[in-house]
Write a protein that binds this ligand. Structure first.
Ligand SMILES: *Cc1c(COP(=O)(O)O)cnc(C)c1O
Length: 347
C-alpha cells in the first residue's frame, strides 16, 4: 500500500532527522531561572527576525495569543477580532474565560478586517461602554484559505489603531507563509503590530512551540502570565533547538508548499462536483466546496481516507487540504487524481 498522504494540516509535520539531531545536541538549563542557553538563543533569534525588542517561547499558538491578550488588556476590555478568526472560533473562549475580555466580532473581507468597519465598532467614551483596547489580525488567515493580508491593508488598520490609541496584535501562526508569499522579510509583516504570535509547529516543522514577540516590558509581563497558566518550562532547550532549526532552515521552503497547493488546486478546480476559486489559494491551504448533489464534505473525507488521503471536513460542504514539508509534489498530484476518481465514480 502507498504511504498515507496527510493533508489535514501543516501541524502533522514530524521533525526531520537533522532537526532531531539539533534537539539531541541542545545545551539545556532551567528556563524558569533563565538558564537555558538554547531557549535564550531561540528568543533572541525570534526577536531579531521579527524586528522586535524581545521574544518569549511558549507552548502553543493558543497560549501565545492568550498571553498577548492578557498582557494588552484588562478585565472588561473589548478586543476587535475578525468573525472567522482562530482566536474567536478555536481557542476555547480563553480570552473571556481566563482574561474576562470581550471579543467584538467583525466580519471581514476574505479574512481582512475592513478599516471602516473597525472604526465604526470602536467604543466611544461613555460610562456604559467597555473600553476598546486591541485589534487582532490573522495573517495568513486560516478560515479564509490561507489568504494573505497585504502590507498596505495592515498599514490601513494601523492607521485606525493609531487614531484611537489602540494596540494591535497579529495572530501570525503562519506569518512566515505571508512573508514568503509577499516576498518580504517577516519583520515587514510584523512591523505594524505591538505583538505577534508565530507558530514553529506548523509549516516550519518543529514538534512543539510558538514565539510571542513584542517590546521588552510587554514580554516581561507575558512571561509572568506564561508562568500563571502553567507554561513555565524547565529544560525546554530540547524543543527550542527544533525551533531554531526551523527558523534557520525551514522558512524559504514554504514556497514549495505554496507551489504544491496551487498545483493541487488547479487539478481539483475542474473536477465536476467540486467548487474552488483559484484566487483564494495564496499559500498552503486549499478549500473546496463539495456539491451536495454528489456527497457531503464528511463523505468525501471518508472516501479519501479509504484511499489513503487524509483531509478535514470544515462544516457540511467544505473540505480543507493543507500542503506541508511531509507531502511531496508527486503526492499532491496523486491526491488530486484520487479526488477526481472519487467524484467521477459518484456521477
Ligand atoms: C494553529 C493556529 C493557532 C493556534 O496554534 P496552536 O499551536 O494549535 O495552539 C492560532 N491561530 C491560527 C491562525 C492558527 O492557524
Amino acid at each position: 500500500m502507498n504511504k498515507i498522504i496527510d493533508l489535514r494540516s501543516d501541524t502533522v509535520t514530524k521533525p526531520s532527522e537533522k532537526m532531531r539531531l539539533a534537539m539531541y545536541r541542545a545545551e539545556v538549563g532551567d528556563d524558569v531561572y533563565g538558564d537555558d542557553p538554547t531557549v535564550n538563543r531561540l528568543e533572541e533569534l525570534g526577536a531579531e527576525l521579527f524586528g522586535k525588542e524581545a521574544a518569549l517561547f511558549v507552548t502553543s499558538g493558543t497560549q501565545g495569543n492568550l498571553l498577548a491578550l492578557l498582557t494588552h488588556c484588562r478585565r472588561g476590555d473589548e478586543v476587535i477580532v475578525e468573525a472567522n478568526s482562530h482566536i474567536f472560533l478555536y481557542e476555547v473562549g480563553g480570552l473571556s474565560a481566563l482574561g474576562g475580555i470581550m471579543p467584538r466580532c467583525i466580519p471581514g473581507d476574505n479574512g481582512f478586517l475592513i478599516p471602516e468597519s473597525v472604526e465604526n465598532s470602536i467604543r466611544s467614551e461613555n460610562v456604559h461602554h467597555p473600553i476598546t483596547r486591541l485589534i487582532c489580525v490573522e495573517n495568513t488567515h486560516n478560515l479564509a484559505g490561507g489568504a494573505v493580508i497585504t502590507i498596505e491593508q495592515q498599514n490601513a488598520l494601523r492607521q485606525v489603531a493609531d487614531n484611537y490609541q489602540l494596540k494591535m496584535h497579529l495572530d501570525g501562526a503562519r506569518a512566515f507563509n505571508a512573508a514568503v508569499f509577499l516576498g518580504c522579510p517577516v519583520a515587514e509583516v510584523a512591523q505594524p503590530y505591538d505583538s505577534v504570535q508565530v507558530c514553529l509547529s506548523k509549516g516550519l516543522g518543529a514538534p512543539v512551540g510558538s514565539l510571542l514577540v513584542g517590546k521588552k516590558d510587554f514580554i516581561a509581563q507575558a512571561r509572568r502570565y506564561r508562568k500563571m497558566v502553567g507554561g513555565g518550562m524547565r529544560q525546554a532547550g530540547v524543543i527550542a533547538a527544533a525551533g531554531i532549526y526551523a527558523l534557520e532552515n525551514m522558512v524559504e521552503r514554504l514556497a514549495d508548499d505554496h507551489h504544491n497547493a496551487k498545483l493541487l488546486a488547479e487539478k481539483v478546480a475542474n473536477v465536476k462536483g467540486l467548487g474552488l476559486d483559484m484566487r483564494s489559494v495564496d499559500t498552503n491551504i486549499v478549500y473546496c466546496k463539495v456539491d451536495e448533489d454528489y456527497m457531503s464534505a464528511v463523505e468525501l473525507c471518508d472516501k479519501l481516507r479509504e484511499k489513503g488521503v487524509l483531509a478535514n471536513a470544515m462544516g457540511s460542504d467544505r473540505v480543507r487540504f493543507v500542503t506541508h514539508h511531509d507531502v511531496t509534489t508527486e503526492q499532491c498530484q496523486q491526491a488530486a487524481g484520487i479526488i477526481n476518481e472519487i467524484m467521477m465514480a459518484d456521477r
